[in-house]
Structures are given as structure tokens and as C-alpha cells.
Design a binder for this molecule. Structure first.
Ligand code: F0G
Length: 457
């Protein structure tokens, strides 16, 4: 074996990709308003827009699709999914949803009242939107290192316990229905939370009768980092670590499109029966019967299979180490990236990459467009455009202005990673030629999805 864990799978089916020229791509990005979300996927060579719903399923998962029981109620695939979540995550009650934000909607509606505060280890776009739609205010309680692009901390996603306690003192525990802990933290760079921190968050919360709800979207990646970097966990299995992590939560929302290795699906899980009853009343309004929650039977079966596969050590080691490989290559060439490298993506520090652009010139958006034109690699802006506007109408300027190169699970090879690295390194050497962008169309919410831009000449 070389200096990285090679693929612990072999390839049974391939999807051919149409190759494009630089001229084609210049035209395509212009038509897409310089927004990589608006590109047609046919125009993309290596698609690193997201790791969400883009995983390759295994042959067993494809076989699962063939045993879909498409009954409106009581599908046997649902019972398998419920069993998988109970067994692997350890919660007593499960409500299926069509994806993660479906679970966020239910949780926010049930638990948040007007004027409540919801602390969390950095915001995520849809999570925060649901909290606010229900009258809550999100309060960021991640450790300061989480906002620094480079910090020598193996668990940059940790909750700052002092910030959390200060919030409780300031607003009162009765105004905090729950703390939302993301494992890992997407917007910080895919950064994990340590077991020790999760344990302490639980202690503080229990003392104050505050519930702990995880955003479990990338919890298996988090478990891998704990095994690798936290003392005392080297000899524990991924499944054991995951179970222990979940034992410090009262429930979780899950986007199955990430760590459950499926193209669609999610769930809300919890230990408390009352909460479950409320969730089952709401799920019928928004998603469907509590035995399908917006999913086909076959999708639930594939997710159940994916949940068991996801805790396999060779799988998760390859998944995270492939991300590390790309990050290390960029880092060795001097490209400024978020460090340590996270679990699902390499985040380029666009402020450092393009120091000649101010944040108003949307450096991350401009860099994402430039990478696409250079090599057909599609990435995502995670900076001022994603952060939206403050109540007074001005841009919200996040400290981290990044371009996310998000690696789908089991889809690309190490050779693909080399193509990405070469392109980004080439652009870095010619970075002075990259111009800023300005808005020409901007929607009021979640603007990054559909905004259009133009180069600043
Ligand atoms: N929480 C986190 C941390 C996420 O990264 C996402 C989705 C969600 C919740 C919502 O889940 O998409 O299934 O409704 N993240 C995707 C991404 C979209 O590209 O980072 P969903």
C-alpha cells in the first residue's frame, strides 16, 4: 500500500463524462451568472459542489431498491430502517423524512417558541433558517478556533463551554429549548467535535434541563476523527464510538444524503416518547405517514443498508483519507486552506488566495467560477454570498470566506483528486488574473442558490 488507503471497493458500473473545452466552460459560466449552482451538470467534469445525495451506492444498496415494499402504510422497508437507526444510532424513536431539512422543520416547529434562543456550534444555512422561521434566534457557541482558518486544534468544531454557560446566564435556561450540536461542523470546514466535549455539553445541558439535539449529518466522519485523534478511542470500533457519541444526545436530525450513503432520505430520532408523538402528528402534514415520511419504500431499504455500511472502518478510513490527500497536496503547494483538513471537503481560504479582492468583491464566488473555467471542476462558495444579509440590509461578513471542494463518497478516484489539485495550484500561481464579481440578481432568502453575478471590470 502507498501513502494512502486505496479504494476498499471495485467498480461495477461507470458513468461516462462529457469532456468540455475551456471555451465551452467560459460560455457556460457566463450563462450561469457566475454561480456554480446554476451550471448544468452536463457541463461539469468533476463535480465537487456537494457531498449531499451524490454518493455512489453499493451493489447491495442497488439490490435493496429491488425489494421496495411500496405500501402506503406499514411498509416492511420502514421497519428495517427503524431497526437500523435504533441499532446503529441508539435512539428509541425514529421519524423518517425526505431529507435533513425535513427533520429540521419538524424539530424546530415542535421545540422552538417565539423568543427562544438556540445555541449551536456555528450555523448551517437550512438549520438556522428553520430556527428563525419558528421565532428562534441562533447563537453561535463554537470555540474561537472554529472561526480561524488555521488553528492547531484537532477538534475545531467543539462547543465553547464558557460561551454556552454565559448564554444560559444571560437569557435563562427556560429560553433555550435545546442546543444543536453539529458533528462534524460543515461551515467551519468539516471540523469534528471531541467525545470529551460532547460529554461536557451533555452535563451542562442536563443540569439546566436543556435538551441536546445533534445535527448528525456527518456523524460517522466525526467518529473516525475521534478514533484517530482522541486518546482512549484507538481500539474502539466506529460503531462503538458512534453509539457513545449519540448517548450524549436526546435526539438528532439526520440528512441521510451524507453519512447514510443514499441519494435521498433523512430522519429525526429521539429518546423521548412525548416528542415522538408530536413529531408523528406533524410529519403527516409535511412529509407523509410516519412509516414513509416522504420516501419510497425502496429508498428506506437503501438507507437501512447504507447505515450499516457506513460504520465499516475501511469505508470511512478511505472516505476521510481521500479528502486529506487532496488537502495535503494543496497545502504542500502553498495554497491557503482551512486547517486541519476536515472530513468531507477541502476548504480554500479565498481571502488569502485572492488578497487583491475585498470581501465586497466576493472572492470565494469569483474563485469558484475561475476553478470551473480552468478545469471543469465545480465547487461551492461558502463565504459572504452564503452568509446573506443582516437585519439592517448590509452583507453579513463571515470571518471565513471559503471555496468548498466537497468530495462525494465512493465516486471519484485519487487520479481525479490530482486533476483538482493541479488546477487549483495552477490558478494559485496565476491568482492576480482573477477578477472580483458583483451581484446582478439577488433573491431575499438563501441567496447563494440562485443569485447571478457579473465580473467587475
Ligand atoms: N445539516 C448540515 C450540516 C448539512 O450540511 C446539510 C446539508 C443539512 C443539515 C441539510 O440536509 O440537504 O438533506 O436537507 N448540506 C448540503 C451541503 C446541502 O451541500 O452541505 P439536507
Amino acid at each position: 500500500m502507498g501513502n494512502y488507503p486505496a479504494e476498499p471497493f471495485k467498480i461495477k458500473a461507470v458513468e461516462n463524462i462529457e469532456m468540455t473545452t475551456k471555451e465551452d466552460r467560459k460560455e457556460a459560466i457566463k450563462e450561469a451568472g457566475y454561480n456554480t449552482f446554476l451550471l448544468d451538470s452536463d457541463d461539469v467534469y468533476i463535480d465537487l459542489l456537494t457531498d449531499s445525495g451524490t454518493s455512489a451506492m453499493s451493489d447491495e444498496q442497488w439490490a435493496s431498491l429491488m425489494i421496495g415494499d411500496e405500501a402506503y402504510a406499514g411498509s416492511n422497508n420502514w421497519y428495517k430502517l427503524e431497526e437500523a437507526v435504533k441499532e446503529v444510532y441508539g435512539f428509541d424513536y425514529v421519524v423518517p423524512t425526505h431529507q435533513g431539512r425535513g427533520a429540521e422543520n419538524l424539530l424546530s416547529q415542535i421545540m422552538i417558541e417565539e423568543g427562544d434562543y438556540i445555541p449551536g456550534n456555528m450555523y448551517f444555512t437550512t438549520t438556522k433558517a428553520h430556527q428563525e422561521l419558528n421565532g428562534g434566534t441562533f447563537v453561535d457557541v463554537i470555540i474561537d478556533e472554529g472561526h480561524q482558518s488555521v488553528a492547531d486544534h484537532p477538534f475545531k468544531g467543539n462547543v465553547d463551554l464558557e460561551k454556552y454557560k454565559d448564554l444560559i446566564d444571560e437569557v435563562g435556561a427556560d429560553k433555550i429549548p435545546y442546543i444543536c450540536v453539529a458533528v462534524t461542523v460543515n461551515m467551519a470546514g468539516g471540523q469534528p467535535v471531541s467525545m470529551d466535549n460532547l460529554r461536557k455539553v451533555k452535563e451542562i445541558s442536563e443540569r439546566n434541563s436543556i435538551k441536546v439535539m445533534y445535527d448528525a449529518t456527518r456523524c460517522v466522519e466525526n467518529a473516525y476523527f475521534i478514533k484517530k485523534n482522541e486518546e482512549g478511542y484507538q481500539d474502539k470500533s466506529i460503531a462503538e464510538i458512534l453509539k457513545e457519541m449519540m448517548s450524549y444526545a436526546d435526539g438528532c436530525t439526520m440528512s441521510g444524503k451524507k453519512d447514510c450513503l443514499v441519494n435521498i432520505g433523512g430522519f429525526l430520532a429521539m429518546d423521548e416518547e412525548d416528542l415522538y408523538q408530536e413529531a408523528t402528528q406533524l410529519v403527516v402534514v409535511y412529509e407523509g405517514m410516519p412509516t414513509y415520511g416522504g420516501l419510497a419504500g425502496r429508498d428506506m431499504e437503501a438507507m437501512a443498508t447504507g447505515i450499516y455500511e457506513s460504520v465499516n472502518y475501511e469505508y470511512i478510513e478511505h472516505r476521510v483519507e481521500q479528502v486529506q490527500y487532496l488537502g495535503n497536496k494543496l497545502d504542500e503547494a502553498g495554497v491557503p486552506i482551512i486547517k486541519p483538513i476536515g472530513g468531507h471537503a477541502v476548504f480554500i481560504d479565498a481571502k488569502e488566495f485572492l488578497p487583491h479582492l475585498s470581501q465586497d468583491e466576493l472572492p470565494a464566488q469569483a474563485l469558484a467560477a475561475a476553478i470551473y473555467v480552468d478545469s471543469g471542476v465545480r465547487s461551492m462558495e461558502r463565504g459572504v454570498v452564503s452568509a446573506g444579509r443582516d437585519e439592517d440590509g448590509s452583507h453579513h461578513y463571515p470571518k471565513l470566506e471559503t471555496v468548498r471542494l466537497t468530495i462525494p463518497r465512493r465516486v471519484y478516484t485519487y487520479a481525479h483528486m490530482d486533476v483538482v489539485a493541479d488546477s487549483v495550484i495552477n490558478l494559485y500561481e496565476n491568482r492576480k488574473n482573477i477578477k472580483g464579481l458583483k451581484f446582478v440578481y439577488e433573491p431575499p432568502v438563501l441567496r447563494f442558490f440562485t443569485s447571478r453575478f457579473e465580473p467587475i471590470e
